[in-house]
Design a protein around this ligand. Structure first.
Ligand code: CIR
Length: 277
């Protein structure tokens, strides 16, 4: 794909978080890729309970959630964030960076095409590759992680696009001990970036727009840096990250805390399990 006229790729802003896709956990989940936070899930029933609690937390906080069926042949299918990115009337279907995950995309693409009539569908082609988990949005400023899943060809296409649209894109190199940009950073509000020491530096994000800030967390709370900001000053955070919780509460946010232990074992974080559209 050389031209993406009129396409904008990014995660959505808080005010756009009214609908989300999630996907059930595969029977083969114990075979999910696990090289960073986890060493592989061991308890599918617990994983399913945690995933249900996640879905319930979204529903109970104003998000209309649709659950797609699991794909038993794709252990990582629960991690829908990587497969499609929706914004402002456009659906981007990237080439997922790990070959084993490319077959997860068709049902997600079909669902979005069916439910987002009139949206422009933009399909990336190899050699460009990108996981949705490498994209972070702060207002109209975009960040992309250069990672094992997102290459320069993908970034270059994204840059062309965002330049065309008048938006700025900044590239961060994801250290080898992390999977994605969103694995280690998130925007609990539209003016805060949460990021961990030992993985990223404030400088790597560049100068922040007025009114925005980067809040650095201790390295050991890296997993807690992945949060889902929701309208109404709410934020979903994983259980077990007290500095993250205290920091966000001091910012006036209402924290909804979820046990993500089995999802974490498959290197998945909160944002990985949904696509807002
Ligand atoms: C993988 O390695 O692809 C999965 N086990 C985890 C994907 C997590 N997704 C994300 O960070 N957006």
């Amino acid at each position: 794909m050389n031209h993406w006229p009129d396409l904008l790729m990014a995660t959505v802003r808080l005010d756009q978080k009214s609908r989300a896709i999630v996907r059930s956990i595969s029977d083969s989940f114990i075979h999910a890729l696990a090289n960073y936070f986890g060493s592989g899930p061991t308890d599918i029933e617990l994983a399913r309970k945690q995933h249900q609690a996640y879905s319930d937390a979204l529903s109970q906080n104003g998000v209309a959630v649709t659950t797609l069926d699991a794909d038993q042949n794709h252990p990582d299918c629960v991690f829908v964030e990587d497969q499609a990115v929706v914004i402002d009337g456009h659906v981007l279907l990237p080439v997922p960076g790990h070959e084993s995950r490319r077959g997860e995309q068709p049902p997600i693409a079909d669902f979005l095409a069916e439910h987002l009539k009139g949206y422009q569908i933009c399909k990336m082609e190899p050699p460009a590759m990108m996981d949705g988990g490498d994209i972070l949005r702060l207002g109209n400023l975009f960040f992309v992680g250069r990672s094992t899943r997102t290459n320069d060809a993908g970034i270059s296409e994204l840059r062309d696009l965002l330049t065309h649209l008048g938006h700025e894109l900044r590239v961060l190199d994801i250290p080898s001990h992390a999977l994605h940009l969103t694995s280690v950073a998130s925007t609990p509000t539209d003016n805060i970036i949460l990021a961990p020491e030992g993985y990223l530096t404030p400088e790597s994000f560049g100068e922040m727009p007025e009114g925005c800030e980067i809040i650095m967390m201790p390295e050991e709370e890296v997993y807690g840096c992945n949060t889902i900001g929701l309208p109404g000053n709410k934020v979903i955070i994983p259980q077990g990250y007290p500095t993250v919780q205290k920091t966000l509460e001091e910012k006036g946010l209402d924290c909804i805390i979820l046990d993500m232990s089995q999802i974490r074992e498959a290197d998945g974080s909160l944002t990985c399990c949904s696509i807002f559209y």
